[in-house]
Design a protein around this ligand. Sequence first.
Ligand SMILES: [Ca+2]
Ligand SMILES: [Ca+2]
Length: 279
Amino acid sequence: MTVKRTSSFCLGFIAITLSSLLPACGDSAGKRGDQGPEGSPADTAQPADGQTPAATVGASAEQANTPGESVAEPVPADTGLIDDLEDGDDQILVIGGRAGFWHTFNDATPGGKQTPDPEGELTLEEGGPEGSAYCLHTTGSGFTEWGAGLGFDLNDQSAVSGGAAAKGPFDASGTAGITFKAKGNTYIRVAFPVQAVIPLEEGGTCLTSTVEGEDCYDVHGIGFSLTKDWKRFEVPFAKLTQEGWGKVTEFDLTTLLGVQFLIPPGVDFDVYIDEIAFY
Ligand SMILES: [Ca+2]
Ligand SMILES: [Ca+2]
C-alpha cells in the first residue's frame, strides 16, 4: 500500500478498511444482500418478567383471519435502527438487508494498546445512555500513526449465513444520515466508506493511483468532539466531505460499505458508542 502522505489519521483508516471491511478479496463481494435476511423482532418484544405468554398464541391465531383479508408475513419493521447493542452481541441488527460485525482497529504502533483488542473477541460494556443495557466502549493509547477506531460493515452476509466473510455494498439511498449516541474524551471522525474510494481489488471501484490527489481511500466523513456525558449526534450525509488529499469522488449512498468511528493518533482515548440509526 502506498502511504505517501499522512495528512490525517484518516489515511490510516485505509489500512483497516482493507482488512476489516473488505478482506474477502476475490470472492465477488459486490453483490447486495438481496436475500432479505430474516430479522428478529425480539428487540421490541421482550417480556418484562421473563415469562413468555406462548401458550395462548396458537389457538387465537387460527381464528384471527378475517375472510377476504390476506394475512401478511410478520416482517420486523425497519425503523432505521442499525444497532442499539441491546442483544449483547457483536453484530448489528439483521434488519432491512443489513448485516455485519462490529470491530475495533488501530494502526498497530508498537506498544500501543486498545481494548477491546482487535485480535480478540469484541465484548460489550454494560450500561450506556439512559435505558441501555449494553454499549460499546473502547480505550487505548500509544497509537502514533493514524490512530484507532471502531466500526462495522453494513453488508457482510457471513453474519447471517456463517462461513467466510462475504462483504458488499449496502444501498442506503433514501436515508438522510445517521444518528448515534456517544461520550468520550476526544474528537472523532465518523466516516462512511463508499465503493468509489475503495480500490477494485478490495471490492470498490477506485483505480489505484500514485498521482498526487488521485489516491483511493479519501473517505467521506465529518468530525465531532465528544463530551464526558452521553450526547446524541446527527450526521447528515449531505454534510460529509472528503479530507481532500485523495481522488474526489461522488458520495454514492447505494454503495455504502460500513460506518467507522475514527480516533486520531496521540490520544489516550476513552470512547463509548451506542444507538446508531439511519434517519
Ligand atoms: Ca447486536
Ligand atoms: Ca445500548
